[in-house]
Design a protein around this ligand. Sequence first.
Ligand code: GTP
Ligand code: 3PG
Length: 223
Amino acid sequence: MSAARAGRDILAVVPVKDFALAKQRLSGAFPPSFRHALARAMLCDVLIALRGAEAIAGIVVVTADPEAGLLAGEYGARLLFEGAVRGLNPAVAQAGAYLAAERRSGMLVVPSDIPAVTSDEIARLVAAHPPGRAVSVVPAHDREGTNALVVSPPDGLRFSFGPLSFPMHLANAREAQAALQVHELAQFPGLARDIDRPEDLARLDRLPPGSHTRRLLAEQGMA
Ligand SMILES: Nc1nc2c(ncn2[C@@H]2O[C@H](COP(=O)(O)OP(=O)(O)OP(=O)(O)O)[C@@H](O)[C@H]2O)c(=O)[nH]1
Ligand SMILES: O=C(O)[C@H](O)COP(=O)(O)O
């Protein structure tokens, strides 16, 4: 039985910053054209992994970038055009309100810069999400950031992506009186490999042969 028919109607939300502005932390090492192409390739890989996860009832890309919006359509994701208040937290909150208005049971928030994420990881994350009002969090390596989270209902959490987002999300979940599931990053090796700095690209292995990111890195002589 699909997740939706079992009463778990969790959609994935991928917030996407304008490709032309993405990956500023790589700007010392890579020109804008490469950063743009990398942001695009990583989004493709994340959308493919999400599409392969049966536990996901649909995919929403929230962005102000028309190119990312077109890609969303190509990969069968819905496009939610980012509102007047720009920024990661407003964009995720906008998606949460949108899905809550549709009476969806939950939202999985994943960034677009985790090209090694697998469908199996997505499925495990959703399967482990507690019933009822709940928040599941995958912390970043430093246990300061947040690599992914699941929230039900979709508007059931104040979003605090940015510095110290992991402890902030834990506090926000307590404030919302939600059941809390904190995951060990080691259980999600693909999801763990977010690309923020040049050394993250050098460490990127395990990309499947068809991966858009792998192809781009190979074209640049980096894989
Ligand atoms: N819709 C939307 N998504 C955003 C925004 N800022 C960041 N994101 C997305 O949030 C996720 C995490 O992004 P960050 O690591 O903060 O930003 P980045 O552009 O990937 O990298 P830096 O420029 O180096 O910070 C990625 O999927 C981004 O595309 C925003 O203002 N609006
Ligand atoms: O909350 C966070 O961890 C950041 O806003 C998003 O993660 P990143 O900067 O590691 O991509």
